[in-house]
Design a protein around this ligand. Structure first.
Ligand code: AMP
Ligand code: MG
Length: 472
């Protein structure tokens, strides 16, 4: 059977200034590692032989209907504006409209140099490709908006990072790759026609009900507030919340040195390049507001009456902290089994989190086990838990919440960082069994799966991953 991707491209119709036409650069010896068959089906892709798919997903063969291009964007990296980023190691092949009616990008990541590569080699190594594959698919299974992984291939080439590493390409699927930085680049350059065109495009593609730039700003704000609250609810730390990694569609995008927390602490940071802790777990809501303010600043440039636009945009951005708080409360209420809002909920949740931080309690396992012995066991001093649980039990009994409701808000499985690292190390040695197993188990994160109890365990002392390098 010949592989078929039913492309229906829209980005390639936008003005030339939005991108650079760029074919993927061929690699030496492509080999298919994984194809996400379920996702392929949603995208109406007819799979082909492994050999043929390896050629396509490595970029050696450009499928019919693809119009490969590298997208232009800029962005604030760790708070500093970089006037030109863009796809330096990715090409958008095109878009498809899925069986669910949703239009999605199909992008190769690690596909060679583009006009936006600056000094980079345009490549990716196997580790980050598999990390993104596993973590983004886990995120999807957790019910959190995210880009997805359609395929992974080895390139048969060496990529130089901390040392020589095996090269790989990830095929990423996203509702779009529009970023806050896509707006920033036109605003900063004063290319107002492009900025207006992009605004219309984003509205049409993602928020057809939104009215004008301010409607778009509101819609992005709401999507981002929901997204960040969901991250907080599963202990996810993105690691590099730069404005170029902030999706207009409200999906988790650009998995770099990201990780899920094991033991809870609000200041947790994983990324080796985040020395200041700018993107620490508990800073994420604040950073999301900061990023939205950058989007607002960009959008405002297209108005004749700047003062009125500034006033409206400011109001929209200033409403975000309360929305985040609301979303956060909703998530954490569900996590502790509360279905009704009551005075004092925030205090009850915060009290638990403080006790968890003091006792290095495992975030995932504590919430999953609330009310049982296993929750107590997560605390170095179980009495700390008992004191909290007393008040909580009284409250929960009044509501009579069925156990299934809480289980649905508290995953049993997350892609634990040490497991992801072990999986990568095995893959580098040619053993893909841990990769397959992680994917299998993480497809059903809310089910107990007794056979996979080892994947619930926090890292032993010698398994703790010290820093997740950005050497992507
Ligand atoms: P990221 O950290 O993946 O969000 O990337 C930030 C920017 O650096 C984007 O413009 C990327 O395209 C670019 N970039 C990252 N790695 C490479 C690479 N190996 N070669 C070329 N560009 C890269
Ligand atoms: Mg990025």
């Amino acid at each position: 059977m010949t592989m078929m991707i039913p492309f229906d491209n829209s980005y390639a119709r936008l003005p030339e200034g939005f991108f650079a036409r760029q074919a993927p650069v061929s690699v030496r010896a492509p080999r298919l590692i994984a194809l996400n068959a379920d996702l392929a089906q949603v995208l109406r892709i007819t799979p082909g032989e492994a050999e043929e798919m390896a050629q396509v997903f490595a970029g050696n063969s450009v499928p019919e209907g693809a119009e490969p291009l590298a997208q232009l964007y800029s962005g604030h990296q760790f708070g500093t504006y970089n006037p030109q980023l863009g796809d330096g190691r990715a090409v958008l092949l095109g878009e498809v409209v899925g069986t669910d009616g949703i239009r999605r990008d199909i992008q190769l990541k690690g596909s060679g140099q583009t006009p936006f590569s600056r000094r980079g080699d345009g490549r990716a190594w196997l580790g980050p490709v598999l990390r993104e594959y596993v973590v983004s698919e886990a995120m999807h299974a957790l019910g959190i908006p995210t880009t997805r992984a359609l395929a992974a291939v080895e390139t048969g080439e060496i990529v130089l990072r901390e040392g020589p590493m095996p090269g790989a390409v990830l095929t990423r699927v996203a509702q779009s790759h529009l970023r806050v930085g896509t707006f920033q680049v036109f605003a900063a350059r004063g290319q107002l026609d492009n900025l207006r065109r992009l605004t219309e495009y984003a509205i049409q593609r993602h928020y057809p009900q939104a009215e004008g730039p301010m409607g778009l700003l509101r819609a992005v704000r709401d999507a981002q507030a929901r997204l960040i609250a969901q991250w907080m609810g599963v202990g996810f730390i993105h690691g590099v919340m730069n404005t170029d990694n902030s999706s207009i569609a409200g999906e988790t995008i650009d998995y770099g040195p990201c990780a899920f927390m094991d033991s809870y602490h609000p200041n947790t940071v994983f990324s080796s390049i985040d020395q200041m802790g700018r993107y620490a777990y508990s800073n994420q809501p604040e950073i999301a507001v900061w990023n939205l303010a950058q989007l607002a600043t960009a959008l405002i440039q297209q108005f004749e009456d700047k003062d009125a636009a500034v006033e409206e945009a400011t109001e929209i951005v200033h409403a975000m902290p309360d929305l985040l708080q609301e979303q956060w409360l909703e998530r954490f209420r569900a996590k502790i089994g509360l279905t009704r809002a009551e005075e004092g909920d925030l205090e009850m949740i915060s009290d638990l989190l403080i006790r968890m931080a003091q006792n290095r309690a495992d975030f995932t396992n504590t919430f999953r086990a609330l009310g049982s012995q296993n929750a107590r066991d997560q605390f170095t001093d179980p009495a700390t838990y008992d004191q909290w649980a007393e008040g909580w039990q009284a409250r929960v009994q009044r509501e009579a919440v069925p156990a299934e409701v809480m289980a649905a808000a508290n995953p049993a499985f997350i892609p634990r960082n040490h497991r992801v690292e072990q999986m990568i190390q095995a893959a580098v040695q040619g053993d893909y069994a841990p990769f397959q197993r992680l994917n299998d188990v993480l497809r059903r994160p809310y089910e107990d799966q007794p056979d996979a109890a080892d994947l619930k365990r926090p890292p032993a002392e010698n398994e703790v991953v010290q820093a997740t390098f950005c050497g992507t």
